[in-house]
Write a protein that binds this ligand. Structure first.
Ligand SMILES: Cc1cc2nc3c(=O)[nH]c(=O)nc-3n(C[C@H](O)[C@H](O)[C@H](O)COP(=O)(O)OP(=O)(O)OC[C@H]3O[C@@H](n4cnc5c(N)ncnc54)[C@H](O)[C@@H]3O)c2cc1C
Length: 449
């Protein structure tokens, strides 16, 4: 019998981080209760607690693999529900110097689906597990802890009719996105807050959904238009989602915000570096209004550096690290963190107290998961207005990347490696391997940027 038998876990938030964590915990704890402030509807609908869900949500290949490990069958059920399979050869990528970049089948694929449907299918599968209980309309007000800061003991939450309830738990997972509850708990227990690193980008996003026209181009399913940085930060992504629709998100950094009306949206799309997305949607029928979002920064909280951390508490997902959404990483990182949580609980199953040291082991292990997406997020320092600690070797990194992109255009194996890193299948360090670096250096020496 597991040494966690008889133990209870509470997960705050039923977003993708909370769902992945709940599935990871369900194999170890007797009972997992997911408390969500929103009503959890019986269909795939957006909800106020996740306003970002109305925007394009790419599920990277690395995220899909992690979700498959945690939620067996999800890939099949998503496809049955209408998710569209995307292979690398379906992606038209337009980047400065390459309009388009070679469009090749590299043997990698993933799914394109709306965030509400992804969340709904994940939740339906999780619900079939008898020891996971979802309680919607339950807003957690407080994480309860011992005054000496040694442990967390449960949560206090409020129901839709204003009742305040207390739920005791051996483990409380803060998957509330902002992580404010964990921070308030630190304060009430006299613990300091973790250090935080930020990359200030002030990204503004606008998204529209269209019916996919009958005469849609057949030589791509996805179009990605990258800006000519640092002079221009405007970029766009068009991707298919269930029910024969296209979702289109466009954005700019540092105050270059796309408008919130259809006319302004189309005018903004027209100013992208290429006209592919504009040409595709200019006569397409929108299925709803333009949705806007603004995110000041990517941020990473260094829980791993805290000297003292209460037993029985675990922040996950965005509560640890939020990324510039243009890289499409947050859900995949949350799923990869949950895979680590599951593995740590498996490894600790024979211990007298598997919760002892769980948080510090988790924070140590996830650093490898965070390193690549955070490294990618650092590319925002290409804009001089970006706030934060620009890496000292940033110019060298930029130069290397220019060479890498050129090499990838020539060599499918390098192109595949770039995809594998961007889809969180391989660490960013794989691109710096000596044999790759040598070839990049040679190319740049022969034809300097
Ligand atoms: C505009 C935008 C676009 C994005 N695009 C992508 C993308 O393409 N690909 C990708 O992988 N990621 C993307 N992300 C990031 C992604 O949304 C998150 O990283 C991902 O949802 C994981 O977050 P989470 O589960 O930690 O938090 P969330 O998804 O924000 O979920 C938090 C949950 O906690 C609930 N909650 C909050 N407070 C309480 C409380 N007190 N009590 C109970 N419940 C509470 C909320 O209602 C919500 O359901 C994007 C983000 C933004 C802003």
């Amino acid at each position: 019998m597991s040494s966690l038998s008889g133990k209870k876990a509470v997960v705050i938030g039923a977003g993708m981080g909370g769902l992945a964590a709940a599935k990871a915990l369900s194999g170890h704890f007797d009972r997992v209760t997911v408390l969500e402030r929103d009503t959890l509807s019986s269909d795939a609908a957006p909800r106020p607690g996740t306003p970002q869900a109305r925007h394009l949500h790419a599920l990277l290949a690395g995220g899909l693999i992690a979700l498959n490990e945690l939620i067996p069958g999800i890939e099949t059920e998503l496809e049955q529900a209408g998710a569209v399979r995307i292979a690398t050869g379906d992606v038209r990528m337009e980047r400065p110097g390459f309009d388009p970049y070679p469009q090749r089948d590299l043997g990698l694929s993933w799914l394109s689906v709306s965030r509400p449907l992804l969340e709904f299918v994940s939740r339906q599968i999780a619900k079939r597990q008898k020891n996971i209980e979802f309680r919607g309309d339950c807003r957690v007000r407080e994480i309860l802890g011992l005054p000496d800061g040694s442990a967390v003991t449960g949560v206090r939450y409020e129901t839709a009719d204003g009742r305040v309830e207390t739920l005791a738990a051996d483990l409380v997972v803060d998957a509330s996105g902002r992580g404010r509850l964990a921070f308030s708990a630190f304060e009430s227990m006299g613990l300091p807050k973790p250090e935080e690193t930020e990359i200030g980008i002030d990204i503004a996003y606008s998204t529209a959904v269209f019916e996919r026209p009958d005469d849609a181009p057949s030589n791509w399913k996805v179009v990605m238009v990258l800006p000519s940085a640092p002079g221009d930060s405007r970029g766009g992504l068009l991707s298919p989602i269930e029910n024969n629709r296209w979702i289109v998100s466009v954005g700019g950094n540092h105050g270059d915000a796309p408008p919130g009306d259809m006319e302004g949206f189309l005018a903004f799309v027209k100013t992208l570096r290429t006209s592919t997305i504009y040409d595709a949607i200019k006569d397409a029928k929108p299925t709803g209004p333009i949705i806007r979002y603004m995110l000041p920064c990517s941020s990473r909280r260094h829980f791993e550096k805290m000297q003292r951390f209460p037993r029985g508490l675990l922040p996950v997902g965005d509560a640890i690290c939020r990324f510039n959404p243009v890289f499409g990483q947050g859900m995949s990182v949350a799923a990869q963190e949950a895979v680590i949580l599951n593995r740590l609980l498996i490894a600790g199953a024979g211990q007298v107290d598997p919760l002892d040291g769980l948080a510090s082991a988790f924070f140590a292990e996830i650093q490898a998961v965070l390193e690549t997406p955070w490294g990618i997020a650092m590319s925002d320092f290409i804009y001089p207005q970006t706030r934060g600690q620009r890496p000292q070797d940033f110019e060298r990194r930029l130069h290397f990347n220019i060479g890498l992109v050129r090499l990838g255009a020539q060599d499918p194996s390098i192109h595949k490696l770039m995809y594998e890193v961007n889809h969180l299948l391989k660490p960013q360090g794989a691109l710096r391997a000596p044999e790759v670096a040598e070839r990049v250096a040679k190319l740049m020496a022969a034809a300097p940027a």
